[in-house]
Design a binder for this molecule. Structure first.
Ligand code: FES
Ligand code: FES
Length: 152
């Protein structure tokens, strides 16, 4: 039995230690906002926070989450996430939407450690979050917009 917290709620799962965290989130807990795409840490669609840091849940074994705090898009309520979600809507960022929860989780981790990111900071932080619809320009603009709104 492996115990951990997801979105501030305690959970205990009877799973093999090498079960990907992504499977547990989606299949056991029904948190389908975190997406499965490449499965090998190359696309960022499955990004969640482990104790506030972005991780690829497809390649994070559930054993690494034991006793730790996981945050998914469903439970991400920080000021940065709220600002990002408002900017995402205002700038109409998503196309198909598939990559976007991972994009927002990576962007939220960036703003938490760097409230005034440059274009280069944004590009570096979101480099591993791929978007097959190529919304990169609007994502970057929305991160700037969120950063500006958090100042006020
Ligand atoms: S599904 Fe995890 S990085 Fe692509
Ligand atoms: S919005 Fe379609 S993959 Fe990014």
């Amino acid at each position: 039995m492996i115990s951990f917290f997801v979105n501030d709620k305690p959970h205990s799962i009877d799973a093999a230690p090498d079960t990907p965290l992504l499977w547990v989130l989606r299949d056991n807990l029904g948190l389908t906002g975190t997406k499965y795409s490449c499965g090998v840490a190359l696309c960022g669609a499955c990004t969640v926070h482990l104790n506030g840091a972005p991780v690829r849940s497809c390649m994070t074994p559930i054993s690494a989450a034991a006793g730790q705090k996981i945050t998914t898009i469903e439970g991400a309520k920080s000021k940065a996430v709220k600002a990002l979600q408002d900017a995402w809507v205002k700038l109409d960022v998503p196309q198909c939407g598939y990559c976007q929860s991972g994009q927002i989780m990576s962007a939220a981790a960036l703003l938490a450690r760097n409230p005034h990111p440059t274009d280069a900071d944004i590009d570096a932080a979101l480099d591993g979050n791929l978007c097959r619809c190529a919304t990169y320009q609007r994502i970057r603009a929305a991160v700037h917009q969120a950063a500006r709104s958090m100042k006020g």
